[in-house]
Ligand binder design. Structure first.
Ligand SMILES: Nc1ncnc2c1ncn2[C@@H]1O[C@H](COP(=O)(O)OP(=O)(O)O)[C@@H](O)[C@H]1O
Ligand SMILES: [Mg+2]
Length: 243
């Protein structure tokens, strides 16, 4: 949806976070309108992963607040956040190497309270978005290519029946061809009504997919706006698009 009028499904307000004595996030504000794809770009070490971890409850927000569907989830446990169907696809995929593709996918459904029938239906949904995963369903998940493993990690996220999917570094280690296929799949997932907050190093891909983007640098939002506007911004072009 590119209207920009939908109420936010996620609102991050003034969030600060860090590790021990190191402060990483310095008052981050961000919103994801319901039904949209929003991207976060920025250099290595900017705090993008930390921000996603704070949203999914795996890193504690030391200040500020996080609201999901209007409800304050600041300080909620990761498990509680998963049950609200806010689902994190981690950087580096984190598949279980001893398990098959199918069993990795089914692990995504662990917290669901609906029935086996609904879970089976969503497995078919994942296989319809990523047909190769059906072919490889009995294969060890980490024996697949990087692109296929990323499909499996995203598929596992879909098995949790997300309302909002956080995806950290879609393109990490992927060929341009594999990235293209995965980017296309995110549009399909979004058309299923799933909102997406995407952290992505490939700024062109991030801007093409998203309606809105945030540029995070040194733990602060340096710039944000509609992607069609940001793409014309001279500073963004110089720093991130190489011209
Ligand atoms: N577990 C950790 N302990 C200490 N410092 C960390 C930890 N994880 C990340 N950092 C530091 O936090 C900063 C932001 O990291 P990160 O959120 O991973 O950035 P990005 O995802 O944008 O590359 C970096 O300086 C990184 O070294
Ligand atoms: Mg990261």
């Amino acid at each position: 949806m590119h209207g920009g009028t939908a109420p936010p499904i996620l609102r991050v307000s003034g969030v600060t976070a860090g590790y021990g004595d190191i402060q990483v996030l310095w008052g981050v504000d961000l919103a994801v309108p319901a039904g949209e794809i929003v991207s976060i770009v920025g250099p290595n070490g900017a705090g993008k992963t930390t921000l996603l971890l704070a949203i999914s409850g795996m890193v504690r927000a030391r200040g500020g607040s996080i609201h999901f569907e209007g409800e304050d989830i600041t300080g909620a446990s990761p498990d509680r956040i998963v049950r609200k169907r806010l689902i994190h696809v981690p950087e580096g995929r984190r598949l279980f190497p001893t398990l098959s593709v199918r069993d990795n996918l089914l692990l995504g459904a662990y917290a669901r309270e609906d029935g086996a029938e609904e879970i089976a239906r969503d497995l078919e949904l994942v296989y319809s978005i990523f047909p190769i995963l059906k072919e490889r369903s009995e294969q060890g998940a980490t024996t697949m290519s990087g692109g296929e493993q990323q499909m499996c990690a995203i598929g596992r996220g879909i098995m949790a029946r997300p309302k909002l999917l956080l995806i950290d570094e879609l393109s990490l280690g992927l060929s341009p061809k594999a990235l293209e296929v995965l980017a296309e799949s995110l549009l399909k997932i979004n058309r299923e009504g799933i909102s997406i907050l995407l952290v992505e190093q490939d700024v062109m891909t991030a801007f093409e997919l998203a309606s809105t983007a945030y540029v995070l640098e040194s733990g602060k939002v340096r710039m944000s706006g509609r992607t069609e506007t940001l793409i014309e911004d001279a500073a963004v072009r110089a720093a991130y698009l190489g011209h």
